[in-house]
Design a protein around this ligand. Structure first.
Ligand SMILES: [Zn+2]
Length: 319
C-alpha cells in the first residue's frame, strides 16, 4: 500500500476577508499545521500583507522548500484568470484593482493563485472533505451569502465569474427593497444585516448588539429573535433548494459566521431544505473545516495541482 506522507511540503493559504486576514500553512492533505489571524485594519493593504506573511513564515521557520505555492481567497468581485482583485465593496480602497497574484507571487518567488472565497471553500470540500463527491455546493453565509459550485471536481465560475452569487436571487417578490433596486433578494431577507434590520423594527436596540447574542436568544426560543431568524432561515432554505434543483450537487456544505456561530441557523436550514425536497437524497451538513474552510480552500488552490495537473485552474498560457 502506498500512502501520501503528510509531512512533506505543503501550501500557504491566505484568506483575505472583509474583517480579518488568515494565513495557514497546510500539509499535503490540506490540514492546517500553522495558523495566524489578523484584523484587516492592522494589515495596511497588500504591502502590509506580504510583510506580515513574511513574518509568519520566518517566525514559524517555514522553509521555502515546504511551500509549494500560495493560494489567495478573497470576496468577489475578482478576476481569477488575471489574478486581480476588482473593486471589493466594503473593503478599503488600497485593496481595489490589485494584481494580487503577481504581487504576492513575485515577493515570495512562488506560483500564486486567486479565487473567490466560496469557490475556494467548495474546492476544499471536493478535494479534502468528508463527503466523497465531485459535485459540491458550498454555501458561505457571512455578512452576505454566496455559494461556491464545483462541477465534476472543477470550479464552475460562469461567464463573468459570478456563478454562485445568489445573494440577489429573489425569494420573496413582495419582500423588502434590496440595495440592487429589486425586492426580496436573499440579501434583503436572509443576510446578517437583513436580520438585524428586521429585528430592529420590533426591538430598536438590536441594531447595535453583537450578532452572536441575537443568535443565542433565537436559539433559546426568545422572541422576537426566534421568529425573525426563523423567517430568514426559511428564505435561505428556499434559495439553497433552488440552487440544488438547478445544479443537482452530490453534497451541500454550510459555512460562514451565520451558519457556524451556533447551530441554530445551520440546523434550521438543513431541516428546511429536507422539508422542501424530502426525497432528493441530498447530503447537506456543516463544513468540517469550520471557520477555516476558506483558508483551507486557498491552500487547495495550490494542492490540487500537485495531485492532478489536468485540473489546473491557472490561466492557460497563450500558444
Ligand atoms: Zn438584490
Amino acid at each position: 500500500m502506498v500512502e501520501i506522507n503528510p509531512c512533506g511540503p505543503g501550501a500557504i493559504g491566505i484568506e483575505l476577508g472583509r474583517n480579518t486576514v488568515t494565513f495557514i500553512h497546510t500539509n499535503l492533505l490540506a490540514v492546517p499545521v500553522l495558523r495566524r489571524e489578523l484584523r484587516l485594519c492592522d494589515v495596511k493593504g497588500p504591502g502590509g500583507l506580504v510583510d506580515l506573511l513574511e513574518d509568519f513564515i520566518e517566525e514559524n521557520k517555514i522553509s521555502s522548500e515546504s511551500i509549494l505555492g500560495l493560494g489567495i481567497a478573497a470576496p468577489g468581485p475578482l478576476d481569477p484568470a488575471a489574478g486581480k482583485l476588482l473593486v471589493l465593496e466594503d473593503m478599503p480602497r488600497e485593496w481595489h484593482e490589485i494584481d494580487i497574484v503577481s504581487f504576492v507571487g513575485e515577493r515570495f518567488n512562488k506560483t500564486a493563485w486567486l479565487e473567490n472565497d466560496a469557490n475556494s471553500a467548495a474546492l476544499a470540500e471536493a478535494w479534502f472533505g468528508q463527503l466523497n463527491t465531485e459535485n459540491v455546493l458550498f454555501i458561505l453565509a457571512d455578512s452576505g451569502p454566496g455559494a461556491g459550485i464545483i462541477v465534476n471536481g472543477m470550479i464552475y465560475r460562469g461567464t463573468k465569474s459570478r456563478a454562485g452569487e445568489f445573494s440577489h436571487m429573489i425569494v420573496d417578490f413582495d419582500g423588502p427593497l434590496c440595495s440592487c433596486g429589486r425586492r426580496g433578494c436573499v440579501n434583503a431577507v436572509a443576510s446578517m444585516q437583513a436580520i438585524r434590520t428586521a429585528l430592529s423594527k420590533v426591538r430598536p436596540s438590536a441594531i447595535d448588539e453583537p450578532f452572536l447574542e441575537i443568535l443565542q436568544r433565537a436559539s433559546a426560543g426568545i422572541e422576537p429573535e426566534h421568529s425573525v431568524i426563523n423567517r430568514a432561515i426559511q428564505f435561505l432554505g428556499l434559495a439553497i433548494t433552488n440552487l440544488v434543483e438547478a445544479f443537482d450537487p452530490g453534497s451541500v456544505l454550510l459555512g460562514g459566521r451565520l451558519m457556524l456561530a451556533n447551530d441554530f441557523v445551520a440546523n434550521g436550514v438543513i431541516n428546511e431544505v429536507q422539508r422542501l425536497i424530502p426525497h432528493s437524497g441530498i447530503q447537506i451538513q456543516v463544513t468540517h473545516f469550520g471557520m477555516d474552510a476558506v483558508a483551507v480552500g486557498a491552500a487547495t488552490l495550490v494542492l490540487q495541482n500537485v495531485y492532478n495537473p489536468q485540473r489546473l485552474i491557472t490561466p492557460q498560457q497563450p500558444g
